[in-house]
Write a protein that binds this ligand. Sequence first.
Ligand code: NAD
Length: 241
Amino acid sequence: MKSYLVVGGCGFLGRYIVEALLARGEKKVHIFDIRKSFEDDRVTFHIGDIRKLEDLERACKGIDTVFHTASPTHGMGYDLYYSVNVTGTEMLVKACQNSGVAQLVYTSSSSVVFNGADIVNGDETLPYVGQHLDPYNKTKELGERAVLDVATNDPNSKLAVCAIRPAGIFGPRDVQGWPQFLIAAKEGKNKFMFGTGKNLCDWTYIDNVVHGHLLAADKMVPGSKINGQAYFITNDEPIPF
Ligand code: NAD
């Protein structure tokens, strides 16, 4: 039976990945996070900072598969995003390599290819953009590169890697996305409309995002084409676990 570490496992997406692993009977489930947001006796919690190699190496010991979902919340400055999303991700790659982890699945974002211009039916052939809209988007790209470079630099690396790129994620227990839009609407703050009001934005249900992560980890066996790839995730029918 494989052992799993969910970095950022006390967050919205990370906790759902943890719960999906437990629901399918996994017995070796660990969380690494800077805070503890819930209790579960079936999970081993490691409280630490992704920017500290020694914290990460302690948590990565004996782990087969790492899901990396940690990131600062929305609206922060470049320095914090850079230190967590780029330096922290580089540290995690190093900790995985030093600890003999076999798989690293990075939660990226569709924003790595978005510069404000419309994208319709985009796919993974879209290049990174030269100019990002904000520091979050930029540092998600740099973090993704740090992960995928493992495969580019050494296709035979013992650590297999891939990136999952959701756009917006929605579902129960979210506190950042739709709940914030609703609060703003209730407070009468949504007074401006950009464009025709028919702009589209991609939102993916949490179960589908989790399913994408688990599929990546399950299928990323040695020699598989998944190693080094990035995948957009979008909605089909929600899949119950
Ligand atoms: P979240 O804020 O709910 O969870 C992130 C977790 O990371 C938190 O539990 C937080 O404590 C932890 N964390 C932050 N800094 C840390 C540090 N220095 N060390 C250790 N842990 C740290 O966020 P979420 O909505 O679950 O997003 C998860 C991932 O998905 C992120 O990487 C985000 O960029 C990506 N993503 C989210 C959305 C969305 O709509 N929520 C969309 C696209 C991509």
